[in-house]
Design a binder for this molecule. Structure first.
Ligand SMILES: Cc1ncc(CN)c(N)n1
Length: 553
């Protein structure tokens, strides 16, 4: 994928979006958007004269190999919540993002560019260099706090490093900045923590006197000093520095916890008794503990009773409830992979389970011809679904250490399909639908082709299981919606809704979900990525299927 990417920026503030979002959105903004606009940078350091859009903190520029300047402008041709865009992003660009945020050493593909190239790039795409704002300078100063004794040190270090060329602050500006610096150490620590998921880097303009960017990295102070000594390596180091893998714990924990703490701090009712945060990791204990200390300071400044605990395990699957220091009145909630996905892709999921077709059944205004279309098409789909489910069964038999009964659950699914096909025949007869003359429509053909592709032995059991779970669950949730108390589902359609909306089908879907979560706990990142992409494809196909039934294609 990264072969398709010319250049990427990473920017923005951790307080506005999660770091990952910043990485991804900015990345796509450039990677997919042939216009190279910056989608997700905030502020005022680079200003686009044409749109007035402003960006602050162009934190990272990575040039990946073999760039192609495509003309596809993702931002304008696909809406943010469009399924295809999500798929493009999560499937086609996932590798590039991984390369950017997680790949280490040899694995990481980068090309280093000199500063002038970077500057030229901005100019070329309509960006104008402007002076750094006070707020950015201030932000930079707070970020340097952990490694600098004082702001004066910071300024003199900067001037020294760049021979006074680039950081040419006047006395007044320095005074203003000092005024802005909070005197209270804890508050400083907290604002540092708040902003310093990255530490800044300041890079020189060759012969002028303004800083052209404040660089975000999360590096430790020791790195900072060495960085300051070499101006070209600024670039190299900055690229490296943005790799989040080692820092991701710190980044992730801090970015999330700090927002949480701030929300808790201003909540009055009920007041917070104690905030306990447990960081779980397989490595980097010291790093997590340092994070804990920073968070403690922050909590103290906000007056939040706080405790931080670290749990180390060889593998995340080895973690169990006993490892947590919990009292009787506390419970441990485990967020599973499927839970994470459903939160992340909520709008897509709702698009599939609350589709206008389903809502029209629920509201009692369904067009019966649309229902008949769905009935005939779904019969064809279910026939194609049978070999797919059988393939999942085979994979479960071969691929799972089946102490947990995956095979039994899936076998139950295969058996139920026999019933389902008979039901379709009966129902078709009732509605006067001639099943033998149904021609599969395009959306149906594509969905069936997708099922067929999943049958391939190359598709891992874990990935196929995700598709299976999602396909069943979408129907379950959709039709259960039509059976809720306030629904006006026409009586003649209730039986259809019951078929998938009933509780025992719901339990069966839960069993599938448990299988998926258990399988994914021990899956590699690569498989998890594929599985997530598969879920998105299913969601897309389901929406298309409803659209087709609804006469929207
Ligand atoms: C399109 C579709 N999706 C799901 C299901 C539920 N097996 C179904 N029958 N049809």
């Amino acid at each position: 994928m990264s072969n398709d990417v010319l250049l990427s920026f990473v920017g923005g503030f951790p307080d506005k979006r999660s770091v990952c979002n910043n990485v991804c959105e900015s990345f796509y903004g450039v990677a997919i958007d042939g216009c190279y606009r910056l989608l997700n940078n905030y502020g005022n350091e680079f200003e686009r004269p044409d749109t007035g859009r402003k960006t602050e903190e162009v934190d990272d520029v990575t040039v990946l190999k073999n760039g192609v300047e495509g003309n596809l402008c993702l931002a304008t041709c696909m809406k943010r919540n469009c399924v295809s865009r999500e798929i493009v992003e999560s499937v086609y660009f996932a590798e590039g993002i991984r390369n950017m945020v997680a790949a280490e050493g040899e694995e990481r593909r980068v090309r280093y560019v000199k500063f002038d190239v970077w500057r030229a790039f901005f100019v070329r795409y309509g960006m104008e260099e402007v002076e750094l704002s006070m707020s950015s300078l201030y932000q930079a100063s707070t970020r340097f706090h952990p490694c600098m004794e004082s702001f004066d040190d910071y300024l003199s270090e900067l001037n020294e490093s760049f021979n006074g060329r680039c950081y040419n602050l006047s006395g007044d500006k320095i005074k203003d900045l000092k005024r802005l610096m909070p005197g209270n150490r804890i508050m400083r620590e907290s604002s540092t923590t708040y902003a310093s998921s990255y530490l800044p880097m300041v890079a020189p303009r060759s012969n002028e006197s303004s800083i052209i960017s404040v660089k975000g990295s999360g590096r430790k102070s020791a790195d900072y000093h060495s960085f300051m000594k070499h101006s070209l390596p600024v670039y190299k180091r900055s690229l490296k520095a943005f790799r989040v893998q080692k820092r991701s714990i710190d980044l992730a924990i801090r970015a999330q916890c700090i927002s949480l703490m701030q929300a808790l701090a201003i909540r009055e009712n009920p007041p917070i008794e104690r905030l306990k945060i447990t960081a779980i990791g397989t490595t980097l204990r010291t790093k997590m503990e340092q994070t804990g200390k920073r968070l403690s300071c922050f909590a103290q400044a906000l007056n939040i009773p706080f405790s931080f605990n670290t749990i180390m395990a060889t593998h995340l699957k080895d973690i169990n409830q006993d490892m947590f220091d919990i009292t009787e009145d506390e419970t441990v909630a485990k967020i599973t992979v499927t839970e994470t996905w459903l939160r992340k892709h909520r709008h897509l999921y709702d698009g599939a389970t609350r589709h206008p077709f389903i809502c029209s059944i629920r509201d009692g205004n369904i067009d019966i011809s649309a229902f008949k279309t769905w009935l005939g098409q779904d019969y064809i789909f279910v026939r194609a679904f049978v070999p797919f489910v059988a393939s999942v069964l085979t994979k479960a038999y071969k691929g799972s250490d089946d102490g947990n009964g995956d095979v039994e659950v899936i076998l139950g699914g295969v058996a139920a399909l026999h019933d389902e096909i008979s039901w379709f025949k009966k129902e078709a007869f009732k509605w006067g639908v001639q099943l033998s003359s149904i021609v599969p429509q395009k959306a149906n053909q594509e969905y069936c082709r997708f099922l067929e592709s999943l049958i391939s032995p190359e598709v891992e059991y874990k990935v196929a299981a995700v598709a299976f779970w999602a396909i069943e669950t979408i129907y379950q949730e959709s039709f259960a919606h039509c059976l809720e108390d306030d629904s006006k589902t026409p009586p003649e359609l209730k039986e259809t809704c019951q078929r998938w909306g009933n509780e025992s089908f719901g339990q069966y879907c839960n069993s599938l979900r448990n299988i998926v979560d258990r399988q994914l706990e021990k899956a590699s990142d690569d498989v998890i990525t594929k599985a997530e992409a598969t879920l998105l494809r299913v969601l897309e196909h389901e929406v298309d299927f409803w659209n087709m039934s609804h006469g929207r294609t």
